[in-house]
Write a protein that binds this ligand. Sequence first.
Ligand code: P6P
Length: 341
Amino acid sequence: MQQVTVTEHLLLNQKQSPMATGRFTSLISELILSAKIISREVTKAGLVDVLGFTGDTNVQGEKVRKLDEFANNVLIHRMRRSGVLCAMASEENGDLIQISGDLPKGDYILIFDPLDGSSNIDVNVSIGTIFSIYRRPLKKSGENPTLEEVLQRCDKQVAAGYFIYGSSTMMVFTTGAGVHGFTLDPSVGEFLLSHPNMMIPEQGRIYSVNESYWNYWDNPTKDVISYFKSTKTALGQPYSSRYIGSLVADFHRNLLYGGIFMYPAKQNPDTGKYQGKLRLTCEAAPMAMIIEQAGGLATDGVNRILDYTPSELHQRVPFFVGSRNDVMTVKDIMGQAEDCD
Ligand code: P6P
């Protein structure tokens, strides 16, 4: 296959689209440079003292690992200087990250999870960086965008993607014209097109869920999981169970092989309330754009993720994503349960 870089692919394939602007291309180039720097650290994590914890906890209340913090700092430092952003938001930071006055600004908004699945860093399991890009609304409220301008309907994303740091480092992203995968060739330091026009199989054979939460799920969720373990499936046999515990890795496998990843709402023993774990703006929404562009679906079990308008920056949602038939089956089972309520 002829070697096609990300920049070349953007120019060749987005000719008519507004995404072919130089400003968008430079945003992606800065993201790529950040990922190369993060990849270098991740791949040598076992050799240099970057494993372990910093002693801090993030806005999610999760212990921050050194590589989390490193990745977050790299992205904030580089993207602040990209000259094309008017605001950023990170899974690691409680509030919006504004672009300070003296730095050049643009009209793009970047929301990211700098190192998702980082609890797996020490055991050499694939982890990733997830990103979501919006345009600032034309009606500007002032020099810096307000939180309201950032919390747009998830189908307003102009681009979404992830970097996966595994046996190879890959970039998978969409600008609304299909999903394309690029693999980093360390010998030239370029991401080269390796998976053009990625499409997820309409019917899967794999389900991914952390079944240790069984006792914290509501009955419709238990019905869903029981379905995938039964002979009632479309295959006439139980699906294979695969769960890595790193969203980017589980998602990427299902994108290639077909299947469904589920992170249902679970009951909080203290409050009794049912809540999802995954974050809408920096995890579910970008993955939802990717999967729909690849012919799949993403819901909260019943409602389409891309129809959500976030109520807050770190809103959590139940998340079901993957092969169209499988996500629709979940909706049928949960919808029937709702009808019975
Ligand atoms: P659990 C990693 O912390 C993460 O945010 C996702 O990458 C992953 O899918 C999920 O949490 C795993 O959560 O509760 O199964 O350990």
